[in-house]
Design a protein around this ligand. Structure first.
Ligand SMILES: *[C@@H]1O[C@H](CO)[C@@H](O)[C@H](O)[C@H]1NC(C)=O
Length: 456
């Protein structure tokens, strides 16, 4: 009898995935609405994801440069009567009453006058204009709160040079070919095989002012939101923002409900065009900067007093791609020499990035069709610490080489397992439109989201 009861309880738990486990914060990128064909995602396409999500984050609102008001970035799409996506998205709460829908601001989607994010932090009047307009905007469209995906200055990219020394010593020919590609100041450290020191070049000479301004912004926004019923406040730490510079953890942690750590894009083709590497390792691969991985990002927040259950670890649903050329190491093992971003995918149409369904299509080439490039060879990581990559060497004419660092359902599940083992708050999926929302890979819709959810 007891066994039957247990079985019944388990069956109920499986049928209601949202009631168990941690937070699953799902990002919706409104830009996906204007992509073409298979990549075009309409609000309706979100429905199959929402039974797995505890939070839905609408990305992104922006800031009006002159007034510092929080505003829709695309009036026509977001709020006008013809589309009214804000409302279409918050209306999902009728069907999914436990879902919290947050309006996020920034997220690198707000490109007009990028200095306004710093400037706003420096001015109490600007902060007030932002807070008042933001709370109103969220409230008017039925959001459950605001997420600050603040566009702070980034860590300068660094080369990982330790492996080059070894390789260059091998062949004089490579030495000459390589040095044509490298700026002069790097020569010495390469020649001597010296590992370049880690650290940052200062990019922001008002660091402490911006840190204090951000803390003030969080405090003021929290205060305004707490005058409304059940309004949440979240922050999203964007990739390559140095938390130890801008986030005063003890001062803000009690004011926020969720800290979304976008602990990925550590290596990207835009930041590191000549060198590919794991873009989102969970732990430090050998000879890499020990600060640039998920565990280091999480540890910073925990060590400064964040309660673990507020920390949410971001999982990217896209891969970062680089072009391999005839100078690239044929083993494919990172870090390796590359020649800029990989070519754009058929749906996302952006150099250096491929959505998960675009990657999975490249892993198979049925019947080795003539005129099609060979498929990518997938290399998994048995240690489960660094991630998966896939690649294809260039052909005899030097064309078609590609290297991709990406998450698949296995590695997403591994990150969720990491989150669980550290008793963290949960995972975030960044974003739903780059997951396989049509089920093109295996027939399952949202395979990355599902895999992460089930391992939490
Ligand atoms: C972040 O900033 C701290 C100093 O505030 C510095 O020690 C650290 O190296 C920086 N992190 C990275 C990854 O550059």
């Amino acid at each position: 009898m007891l066994l039957y009861t247990l079985a019944a309880v388990l069956a109920v738990a499986v049928a209601n995935p949202v009631t168990t486990g941690g937070k699953v914060v799902c990002y919706y990128d409104s830009k996906s609405y204007v992509r073409e064909s298979q990549a075009r995602m309409l609000p309706l396409d979100l429905d199959p994801a929402l039974s797995f999500c505890t939070h839905l984050v609408y990305g992104y609102a922006g800031i009006q440069p002159d007034t510092y008001k929080m505003v829709p970035l695309n009036e026509n799409l977001d709020v006008d009567r013809s589309h009214a996506n804000y409302r279409a998205i918050t209306n999902f709460k009728t069907k999914y009453p436990a879902l919290k829908v947050l309006l996020s601001v920034g997220g690198d989607a707000d490109t007009e006058e990028s200095t306004k994010y710093n400037a706003l932090l420096e001015s109490p009047q600007a902060r007030t204009a932002f807070v008042n307009s933001g709370v109103l905007l969220a409230e008017q469209h039925g959001f459950d709160g605001i997420d600050l995906a603040w566009q702070l200055p980034r860590i300068k990219p660094k080369k990982i040079r330790s492996t080059w020394g070894k390789r260059i010593a091998f062949s004089v020919d490579h030495y000459h070919r390589y040095f044509r590609l490298v700026r002069y100041p790097y020569h010495c450290s390469i020649w001597h095989g010296v590992k370049k020191t880690f650290g940052t070049t200062p990019v922001d000479d008002k660091e402490s002012e911006h840190r204090e301004g951000f803390t003030a912004l969080v405090r003021e926004l929290k205060q305004a939101l707490s005058l409304k019923p059940n309004m949440q406040l979240a922050i999203t730490v964007l990739p390559n923002v140095n938390s130890s510079i801008y986030y005063d953890v003890p001062a803000i942690i009690n004011l926020v409900d969720i800290v979304n750590l976008q602990a990925f894009d550590y290596e990207t083709p835009a930041r590191n065009p000549k060198e590919a590497d794991f873009s989102a390792p969970t732990y430090t691969p050998q000879n890499r900067n020990p600060l640039l991985n998920v565990d280091a990002a999480v540890s910073y927040w925990l060590q400064h007093g964040a309660s673990s259950t507020k920390i949410v670890v971001g999982i990217a649903t896209y891969g970062r791609t680089w072009k391999l050329d005839s100078d690239s190491e044929i083993s494919g093992v990172p870090p390796l020499h590359t020649d800029g971003p990989g070519e754009a995918g058929p749906y996302t149409k952006t150099e250096g990035i491929l959505s998960y369904p675009e990657i999975c299509a490249k892993l198979i080439n049925p019947n080795h069709q003539k005129g099609m490039r060979p498929h990518l060879r997938k290399v998994t990581d048995p240690s489960k610490r660094f991630g998966t990559y896939a690649f294809r060497l260039p052909d005899d004419s030097g064309e078609g080489g590609l290297w991709v660092s990406y998450e698949d359902p296995d590695t997403a599940g591994q990150k969720a397992t990491y989150v669980k083992s550290k008793n963290l708050g949960g995972v975030s999926i960044v974003d739903l439109s780059m997951d396989d929302f049509r089920g093109l890979c295996t027939g399952d819709k949202y395979p990355i989201l599902r895999a992460a959810k089930y391992r939490l």
